[in-house]
Design a protein around this ligand. Structure first.
Ligand code: ATR
Length: 280
C-alpha cells in the first residue's frame, strides 16, 4: 500500500515539499506519494476533508492556511497548541485529524544539530511577531536560552505573544518585547532570528548597529538560494549566517516522523536535495 500525502497552500506551485518527502520515502524505504494542492480560503477546510475521504494519510499545510488549519483538526498535539497553528495533519484510521506544528522543532534541529550552535544560555532576538515567530517560540524556549527578546513593528503584537506564553511550563526565562528602534538600548545578542515576512519582499526593518555579540548566529527563517537582505546585513557585521533551508528539510523530517514513525537521516538527503534544487 502507498501512503498518500499532499501539501496545501496558495501559491503552491514552487513548494519543495514533494521533492523532499519523495527523497525521504526512498531513504527510509517507505512507499509514499506526495502531491501539491492549490488551496483557497473558501475551500480549504473542505479540501482537507476531501483528502481524508480519498484515503490520504496526512497533509502539510503552508501559507496562508496554517492558522485556519487549527479549526479543521479534531485534535491538536502540544506543538500545535503552543504555536496556534498547524503545518502537519495526521489522518488516523479512526477518523481523527491530529494537528502538529513541526516548524519550531525543525528550526531547533537545524540550529543545534546541523549548524551546531547551542542555544542554552544564549541571548536570543526574534525579529517579527507574526505566525512564523509564534510557531517557533515554544521549541526555542525549550532550548533554554538566557533570555528571548521579541522586536516588532507593532509592539502590541510582540506583547501578545508573551502574554500567550506566560503560563507555558518552559517560560521561566525572561521574555521581553520592544520596537526595532528601542533595540539600541539592549545588550548584544548571540542568536538573531529573522521571522518577519520582509525577506520575501527583499527588505529588512531598520535596525541599530551593534546588535550582534561575537560569534553570533543570524538565522533567516526564509529559504533562499542567495543571501537575503538580512543575511547580507548580518554578514557585514561579522555574524555567522544561515538561511532557512535546513529548517525546511528538518520540519519535513519531523512531519515524516509523525506520519511514518521513522525520522529520515536528513544529512543523507542534503547532497541530493542541493543537486535537485540546482538542476531546477
Ligand atoms: P507570518 O505568518 O509569515 O509570520 P504574518 O503573521 O503576517 O506572517 O507576520 C509578518 C511579520 O512580518 C510581522 O512581524 C510583521 O510586522 P507587524 O506585526 O508589525 O505587521 C512583519 N512585517 C511585515 N511587513 C513589514 C514591514 N513592511 N515592516 C516591518 N515589519 C513587517
Amino acid at each position: 500500500m502507498i501512503n498518500a500525502y499532499t501539501v496545501i497552500g496558495q501559491p503552491i506551485a514552487h513548494s519543495l515539499s514533494p521533492m523532499i518527502h519523495t527523497l525521504f520515502g526512498d531513504l527510509t524505504q517507505r512507499r509514499i506519494s506526495y502531491t501539491r494542492t492549490e488551496g483557497t480560503p473558501e475551500t480549504f477546510a473542505e479540501q482537507v476533508l476531501q483528502w481524508q475521504a480519498s484515503g490520504g494519510r496526512g497533509c502539510n499545510i503552508t501559507a496562508p492556511f496554517k492558522e485556519q488549519a487549527v479549526g479543521v483538526c479534531t485534535h491538536l498535539a502540544l506543538s500545535a497548541e503552543r504555536a496556534e497553528s498547524v503545518n502537519t495533519i495526521h489522518m488516523h484510521a479512526d477518523g481523527r485529524l491530529v494537528g502538529h506544528s513541526t516548524d519550531g522543532a525543525g528550526m531547533l534541529q537545524d540550529i543545534e544539530h546541523n549548524i551546531r550552535f547551542r542555544v542554552a544560555g544564549r541571548r536570543v532576538l526574534m525579529l517579527g511577531a507574526g505566525g512564523a515567530a509564534r510557531g517557533v517560540l515554544g521549541p526555542l524556549l525549550d532550548a533554554q536560552p538566557a533570555a528571548i527578546h521579541i522586536a516588532n513593528r507593532t509592539v502590541a503584537r510582540a506583547e501578545g505573544i508573551i502574554e500567550a506564553f506566560k503560563d507555558d511550563p518552559a517560560a521561566t526565562l525572561p521574555i521581553s518585547a520592544s520596537s526595532y528602534e528601542a533595540l539600541a538600548e539592549e545588550q548584544a545578542f548571540d542568536l538573531i532570528v529573522n521571522a518577519t515576512s520582509l525577506s520575501l519582499a527583499g527588505s529588512l526593518p531598520t535596525l541599530p548597529e551593534g546588535l550582534f555579540a561575537s560569534e553570533a548566529l543570524a538565522y533567516d527563517m526564509m529559504y533562499s538560494r542567495h543571501d537575503t537582505v538580512f543575511m547580507g546585513w548580518a554578514r557585514e557585521q561579522g555574524a555567522v549566517v544561515s538561511d532557512g533551508f535546513g529548517m525546511l528539510v528538518e520540519q519535513a523530517a519531523e512531519a515524516f516522523l509523525v506520519w511514518e514513525g521513522v525520522r529520515p537521516k536528513t544529512r543523507m538527503a542534503w547532497p541530493r536535495l542541493f543537486e535537485l534544487l540546482n538542476s531546477k
